[in-house]
Write a protein that binds this ligand. Sequence first.
Ligand code: ZN
Length: 246
Amino acid sequence: MSRNKSCFVSIDVEHDLRDGERTFAGVENLNSLLSLFKKYNISATLFVTGEVLEKYRNLAENWSRNYEISCHAYTHRYWNTLNEKEREEELQKFLELYQSIFQSKPLGFRAPSHIIDEEGLRLLEEKGFLYDSSIVPHYPPFKKYRGYTGKAPLSPYKLSGGKLLEIPNSGQLLGLPLAGTWIRKLPLAVYKFLFFVRKPRFLSLSMHSWDSLHADFYWKLEEIIKILKKNNYTFLNGKQILENRG
Ligand SMILES: [Zn+2]
């Protein structure tokens, strides 16, 4: 086995909806999910919203000791509903807050609900981001997707003409995502079968802070981690993927 296989691990850390109320219960419970990462020595990227940084500064400072903290916009409004100026404000406000907490700039960005377009990617580059991880390159054909719809590579690649690295949200066969909701809803046997059939060179394992509120997510995520380990995947965060590319 000489072929290197890698898995980008990330969590979108944002508000959740409980009985129609906008709460942050998943954020407050995130450490329980992170303890599973600790057990397997996995350093993920946390894409946090500005709202989370604002409300949970102490938690974010603690997370930053072991995890890469990147940007998930400020308010989680979808970018297809925002004009250029509003998008710019979302980023600027986030960058200022981030700088005041961490005395540094975030490296990466993930658009709320993965909704990104060419203009959005250009704006990220202008604002000094080094990577984006919004594009879903092969979304399952049976699921409606409002984001980027162009053809896209399945492994990290430089976006044309620019410096921005795209770390795509690549899934298994048929684009089946290794993502929280899917992991919770599909029988584990489906993933076991997929890895028996195919071991993609690059995969994205992603979840949300609110997945941590579902008790049955933990054992399933642990099984997925075990499958990936058994198949010799290296777990990487966005910063490590950037560094590996030199
Ligand atoms: Zn989100």
